[in-house]
Design a protein around this ligand. Structure first.
Ligand SMILES: Cc1cc2nc3c(=O)[nH]c(=O)nc-3n(C[C@H](O)[C@H](O)[C@H](O)COP(=O)(O)O)c2cc1C
Length: 468
């Protein structure tokens, strides 16, 4: 599998990492020949350069909120669906001044907290998206409520809150700050709708409605999302010998391709309740009991939302490695750098069953997070390891055709370009998934990752007519 070139429309949003020589930016060579950096960094180091020290592939979205006359607009990196029932989207905002890049978003978060609702929006690449991004970039945070007007873009009111929605948005997730409740085991969840994690405040929004442009909902246009970075290893590692015929076997299979087209034959059909303003609209029931879909297929996400994959690794009690591909993995905080995988704990059906990884992370208080890329072996490994539990597979990592380096707090998958070692500082129950907060303690990068051979990532999806 090769990485098809990004469309011309997405080219301006292409992101390459690393840009600089790693040796010149504080990375050290290990005896094994990998690049390594220890975290946390000092506050002074972050103030001087607060870009993420290594790439974790994250989508980007636009978010609006309103309270009274104030209407605010922000750009958010790493929006993530973190829980299935209730259906919850997490958005993380910097609230501590770290640097010119990471400034506090208090004007925005004040309106979000007072208004209680937000509209998370995706615009296709092109002039409207450029104007919205330029308005955000050039308007200081204290004037956040001037951004919408400055963008010059038309908006309408969201259906379930007063948040403004761009006429140009092709996908809108409307949400409200989640209310306290109880999970399937009767345990309290969401005592408050946000969580302070290092330099950031993470908001949990319960999805109330999804708006999808009508031509996409009707299959005349498709969203195209490249969910993994493109990268070419210079040194090809040998595949691990497989002891048994690999293959997930019987049972429910979660399909996966990094070249995602929605809607298409392999995806769920968007089941709209109504049409409004050129959009097909699905409203989500507010009572958890009305939301739960036991059927494996109906329990799938009801619509596309951009995500990537974290390759979450752990050691089992007998010293063998485990791997859980995790789509709901996101970066929550910059200082310290915190990576959060959301791991299923509720027993609903085959799709949503408790993961062994949950127990292993709890026991080890640590996990690894590898960054996968577009390559046949890696995609096959995601499909395999994402459909088989360690209990059933035993040598799951070897079965997935991957090789592990030992010695660290979590297995390092040597096929992957970037690996984060994370120490668990907290866990949060969200209803069906547990969000682990993993403070990054060490980053390892393969030696064939360089400014001359970088990872290529694009945080936006494209929208194209089906015959186009
Ligand atoms: C692309 C992909 C993304 C996935 N994302 C998640 C996720 O976000 N959370 C989760 O709990 N399971 C996720 N899974 C399912 C787990 O990877 C799967 O249940 C795995 O077999 C668990 O392994 P374990 O029981 O050995 O821990 C995903 C699977 C695939 C293929």
């Amino acid at each position: 599998m090769s990485a098809a070139a990004l469309s011309a429309a997405l080219q301006p949003h292409r992101y390459l990492w690393p840009r600089d020589d790693l040796a010149a930016t504080g990375w050290k060579r290990t005896t094994g020949g990998m690049w390594q950096r220890r975290l946390p960094e000092s506050d002074a180091a972050v103030a001087a350069d607060s870009r993420w020290p290594a790439l974790f592939p994250s989508p980007v979205c636009l978010v609006t909120a309103a309270h009274g006359a104030a209407m605010v607009l922000e750009r958010v990196v790493g929006p993530s669906i973190v829980n299935r029932f209730p259906y919850v989207l997490a958005l993380s905002f910097c609230v501590e001044p770290l640097s010119d890049r990471h400034y506090a978003r208090r004007a925005f978060t004040t309106v979000l907290e007072a208004g209680g609702g937000a509209a998370v929006q995706l615009l296709p690449p092109g002039p409207a998206l450029d104007r919205a991004l330029a308005a955000i970039e050039t308007t200081p945070e204290r004037e956040t409520s001037a951004r919408l007007t400055r963008s010059g873009l038309a908006t309408r009111r969201a259906l379930t809150s007063a948040a403004p929605v761009f006429t140009d948005a092709y996908l809108v997730y409307e949400g409200r700050l989640v209310r306290p409740g109880r999970d399937f085991e009767g345990q309290p969840i969401y005592p408050q709708p946000w969580l302070d994690v290092g330099s950031h405040r993470v908001y949990f929004l319960e999805v109330t409605a999804i708006q999808l442009r009508r031509d996409i909902a009707e299959g005349r246009s498709q969203i195209r999302w490249r969910s993994l970075p493109a990268w070419s290893p210079a040194a090809v590692t040998r595949a691990a010998p497989r002891t048994k015929a690999a293959g997930p076997g019987a049972g429910y299979q979660k399909p996966y391709t990094p070249h995602y087209a929605f809607p298409s034959a392999g995806t769920i059909a968007f089941e709209a309740d109504e049409l409004a303003d050129g959009m097909a609209v699905k409203r989500l029931p507010s009572e958890k009991a009305d939301q739960v879909e036991v059927d494996n297929d109906r329990a799938r996400w009801p619509c596309f939302f951009p995500s990537s994959v974290g390759m979450i690794t752990t050691w089992a009690a007998d010293g063998r490695p485990n791997l859980m591909p995790c789509g709901s993995t996101t970066v929550l905080s910059r200082q310290p750098l915190v990576i959060a995988p959301c791991v299923g704990y509720a027993a609903i059906n085959e799709r949503y069953a408790p993961r062994l990884t949950l127990e292993l992370i709890r026991k080890n208080r640590a996990f690894g997070c590898g960054v996968p890329f577009i390559g046949e072996r890696i995609v096959e490994a995601i499909k395999y390891a994402g459909n088989v539990s360690w209990q059933a597979a035993g040598d799951k990592v070897a079965q997935a055709g991957l090789v592990v380096a030992r010695g660290g707090p979590a297995p390092v998958l040597t096929d992957l370009p970037v690996h984060f070692d994370c120490e668990v500082v907290d866990e949060v129950r969200l209803g069906t998934h547990v969000m682990f907060l993993g403070a990054v303690r060490r980053i390892r990068v393969r030696r064939d990752v360089s400014a001359a051979n970088p990872l290529e990532w694009c945080p936006w999806a494209d929208v194209r007519p089906v015959d186009g």
